[in-house]
Design a protein around this ligand. Sequence first.
Ligand code: ATP
Length: 601
Amino acid sequence: MKRYLSVWAHLLRLSWRLEPRLTCAMFATLTLNVVAVAGIALALRAIVNNSMHGHLAAAVVGAVGAAAGYGLMSVIGGLLGNLRILLVERVGMTDLQEQIQLDIATIDGLEHLENPGYLDRVTVVGGAAWGLTDGLWAAITTVFTLLQLAVSLVVLGQVNPWLVVLLAMAAAPIWAGQRGESVVRAAEISSAEQYRLQEHLFDLATSAGEGKEVRVAGVGEQLARLQTDAWRAATGVRGRARLVAALWRFGGWSVFSAAFVGGLALVTHQAQRGDGSIGDIVLMITIAASLRQSVQTAVSRASDTAGAGRLIVPYLWLRDHAAGRRASRGAAVPAPDRLTEGIDLDRVTYTYPGTTAPAMDEVSLHIPAGSVVAVVGEYGSGKTTLVKMLAKFYQPDAGTVRVDGTSLAELDTDSWHARLACAFQDFGRFHVRAREVVGLGDPAFLDDDERVRAAVRTAEAHEIFDRMPDGLDTQLGRELGGIQLSEGQWQRTALARASMRRQPLLFVLDEPTASLDAFSEHAIFQSYMSRARALAAETGGITVIVSHRFSTVTGADLIVVLHQGRLAEVGSHQELLAAGGRYAELYAIQGNAYTDPSPEA
Ligand SMILES: Nc1ncnc2c1ncn2[C@@H]1O[C@H](COP(=O)(O)OP(=O)(O)OP(=O)(O)O)[C@@H](O)[C@H]1O
C-alpha cells in the first residue's frame, strides 16, 4: 500500500511541477463540486420558504445563489473531464511515458523483451502512462465525490435522519446496472468464438489473398451462408443478454424510485405536521435527484482507480528492474580503442528463460583480433545466440566472454555497444525518412548525408536509394504515407545502417543476405570481406558472419560449426574439409544440392 501511495505521490508532484495552473484548476473545480449540490438545495429551500413568508429580499438572495449554483454545475462536469484529459496528456503522455520508454529501451540485455514472463509486464507497462495518470485523478475524484456525498447527507439528515437511507437506495440502479453489464459481458465472451468466426469468414470472402482460392474452389456462396449463420448465432446470444440487462436496470430504478417516493411522502407529512417546511420538500427532491449521479461517479472513479492499481505492479516492477540493472553495472571498464588479442569464450553456457535445453552449451572459443569468423550450423543450432552473447545482450549462466582479457560483464555496456555494428537476422523496419533509416546506425552522424550515402554504397543499396522519389528525405512505410519496400530492400537498409560505424571492434552480419538473391549475396559478401580486412588493419576489429550457405563463407579465417548449442568444429575451410567431419559433410550436401539437377526436374 505504501508503494502504491508513493506512485500516486510521485505523479501528483509531477503534475504540480509540469502543470501547476492546471493542477490548481482541477482541485478548485473538485472543491466547488463538493458544495454545489448542497448549496443549490439550500438556496432553493430559502427561495421557497422566504417567498411563503413574504421575505422578498432573502428570497432574491436565495435565487441568486441557486442561479450561481446551477451555472457552476453546468460547467463543472465538462470542466472536470477536460482538465483531466489535459493533465493526462500533458503529464502522463509526456514525462511519464518518456520515463517508461527510456527504462524499457535502456535496460541492459534483451530478456525483458523476449522472456514471456517479463514481456507480458513490459507490454502492460508500455501502454500504462495514460491509465496511471488517469488513475491518480480517478482516486482524487473519488475522495472529493465521497466528500460531496457526505455534505449532501448532512444536509438531508437535518431535514429527517431517515432520508439518509436514500443514499443506499441510490446505489440500487448502479448495482443492478452492473449485474446487467456482467450478463452482457458473459454473453460476449460465450459468443466470442462465433463472432471471431464470422469475422474470419468475412475476411476470407473479401480479401484478395484468400479470394483467389475462394474463386477457384467456387465456395463464395457457402462462405457467405456460414458467415451469416455465425453472425446470427453470436448476435442472438448477445441480444437476449441485453434484454436481461434492461430488466436488471428497470428493477434497480424501481427500487430507487420507490425510496424516492417514500422520502417525498415522509417530508411532505413532516411539513403538514408543521415539523418542516415546503422548502424542505424542494431541498430533498434536489439532493435526491443528484444522489444517483454522485454515487455513480464515486463507483466508476473508484473502479478506474482499482484498474489503474493493476498497472502499478508492473510499473513498479519495471522501475525496480531498470534500477537493479543500472546498479549492477558497477564501475564499468570502457571498451578498448582497438583490439589486440581478440575475444575469448570460456565454457559459455546459456539457457533462455522458460526453456530447458541450453542454446549455448559450454562453448569455448578464441576469436583472434582482426579475424573474419563465419558461424555455421543447422536451424536452431545457436548461431544467433552466440552473436547476441558477443553483443552483450545476455549474461551467460556459466562461463565468461572476454574482450582483450576483460570480462564482458565488466565492460561498460554503452561503450561496448558504441563499438559494435550489427545487421541482425530479424532486422528493424523503421518507418522513418531514408536518411534516418540509415543514419540511425550511428546517431552522431544522423545528419551527415555524405556518411549516409557512403554507408548506402557499402551495402550495395544505392540502386534502391537512387530511385526514391525525394532522395534521402523520402518517407518509408505505407502506413505513414511513405513508400513500401520489399523484404530484400528492407534488409539492405539494415545493412546500410550497420555500415554507418566506420571503426567497430565487432562487426556482426547475422544472415545479412537471407532475403536477397544469389547475385546480390555474392556482391555483398565481396564488399564486406574487403571492409573486414580494412577494419582488421585499422582497429583489429573482428567481423562475424552468420550464414546457412556454406559456399559464401569459405573465405573466412575461422569457421565455427555449431550443433545443438555446442561447438562441433572450428578451423579454416581447408582444415575442416580435410578433417572430414560435420562441416565437410554438410558442405558436400549443400554443394550437391546446388549442382545436381534433381531427378524430377
Ligand atoms: N528468445 C528466445 N527465447 C527462447 N528460446 C530461444 C530464443 N531465441 C532462440 N531460442 C532457442 O535457442 C536455440 C538457438 O536459437 P538461435 O536463434 O541461436 O539458433 P540459430 O542457429 O541462429 O537458428 P536459425 O538458423 O534458425 O537462425 C533454438 O532452440 C531456439 O528455439
